[in-house]
Write a new protein. Structure first.
Length: 259
């Protein structure tokens, strides 16, 4: 393909055809606005009935499509869950933005905003005061749930089935201090629920510590984790009460705005 601006040849991106077709099916179901038959959907997306049936079955197993007793298809709750997650993320980021910098200025440490996403903690935003320091938890990065304060506080407020699933997975260590025992993790999560905050003492990175509290939205559901992170020479058990008080006050302000 010739680029009209430069005259140079540009390559078309390689596309996964099955993903393109699945996307077309979902969009067709959205446009049709109600339960649709296999034949109608195949006609709409220009695929054979066997190919359309295979895609629909895959989407059904993923929770993105549901089939009724008359073998008609419509969009499933899995899509609602994904869309709601994105909406919540955008809202909590917008509400929390000014609070992150304010808390960073107050404490002199890095402040992190993270959410639960795909069995990990995803960091959405960061406030920083003074000289920045190198750490894994930067915007757009992910961390395991069991290795850091943000992940542990998000995990602590999930249902028991979810917690058991995470605890049964390989709790890989990132340092020699990481919790790698399932029973030890469950005990830690119990303490977090009891006291309302989580700590990380060099479990994610040697030389770094963090403390995190939940941010609540409507119906008292946990929307995100708010954490303070810093070098262990500054963030330690003697300084924890002061930092925790500031952290809780900020999380409470954000939660009120969200609710």
């Amino acid at each position: 393909m010739i680029s009209p601006a430069s005259g140079s040849v540009t390559k078309q991106p390689r596309l996964v055809r099955s993903v393109v077709h699945a996307s077309a099916l979902l969009k067709a179901l959205h446009r049709m606005g109600g339960p649709s038959t296999l034949s109608d959907l195949a006609r709409k997306v220009g695929l054979s009935k066997p190919a359309t049936h295979t895609l629909l079955k895959t989407l059904e197993l993923s929770g993105f499509v549901v089939r009724d007793s008359n073998s008609r298809y419509q969009l499933g709750w899995g899509l609602y869950e994904l869309g709601s997650s994105v909406a919540r993320s955008l809202e909590v980021t917008k509400v929390a933005r000014m609070h992150l910098d304010r808390l960073a200025e107050l404490t002199g440490e890095a402040v992190l905003l993270g959410i639960l996403d795909n069995s990990s903690v995803l960091y959405l935003d960061r406030g920083q005061a003074g000289e920045p320091f190198s750490m894994v938890a930067n915007i757009g990065r992910r961390s395991p749930l069991h290795t850091n304060a943000s992940g542990k506080v998000l995990l602590a407020y999930q249902n028991s089935r979810y917690i058991n699933r995470v605890a049964k997975e390989s709790l890989a260590p990132t340092t020699s201090l990481t919790i790698t025992d399932a029973n030890g993790l469950r005990m830690e999560l119990g303490r977090i629920r009891e006291h309302g905050y989580a700590t990380c003492w060099q479990e994610q990175e040697i030389g770094l510590a963090s403390v995190a509290v939940p941010i609540f939205g409507s119906a008292h559901s946990v929307q995100a984790a708010l954490a303070i992170a810093g070098p262990t020479k500054r963030l330690d058990k003697p300084t924890l009460p002061r930092l925790l008080a500031a952290l809780r006050a900020t999380a409470s302000d954000i939660s009120r705005q969200l609710a």
